[in-house]
Design a protein around this ligand. Sequence first.
Ligand code: AMP
Length: 121
Amino acid sequence: MSDTLFTRIIRREIPADIVYEDDLCLAFKDINPQAPVHLLIIPKTPIATINDIQEDQRELAGHLLWAAGQIARDLGIDEEGYRTVMNCNEHGGQTVFHIHLHLLGGKPLGWPPYTDVAKSG
Ligand code: AMP
């Protein structure tokens, strides 16, 4: 897998506002926040998309959710609540191909309207 922006953040080659780090993941503020709290939690191992998570990386993928809970508690937004999102490929709106869990909170979050006439599934 070729380098992405996020690999370069892990290597400290480009700056980021890092709020959490452990041996498996890094969390930093999203440069274009969609909520008062908007962090990206990324594995230090580059994985392009959810589709590319291997069987032996299941624990790593789960670790991102565990870290989200720890960070939310540290920020004091755990009780009010927050949202985690991981986009995949074009329809999911993924733009950086190194998986990342968005952690959004700090206000009540809406849900985008589903306006298609022919709803399937
Ligand atoms: P996604 O659309 O799910 O792939 O999310 C990529 C996210 O990365 C977007 O929310 C961007 O705002 C964010 N982003 C892009 N470049 C940076 C950067 N240098 N530092 C922090 N966040 C970034």
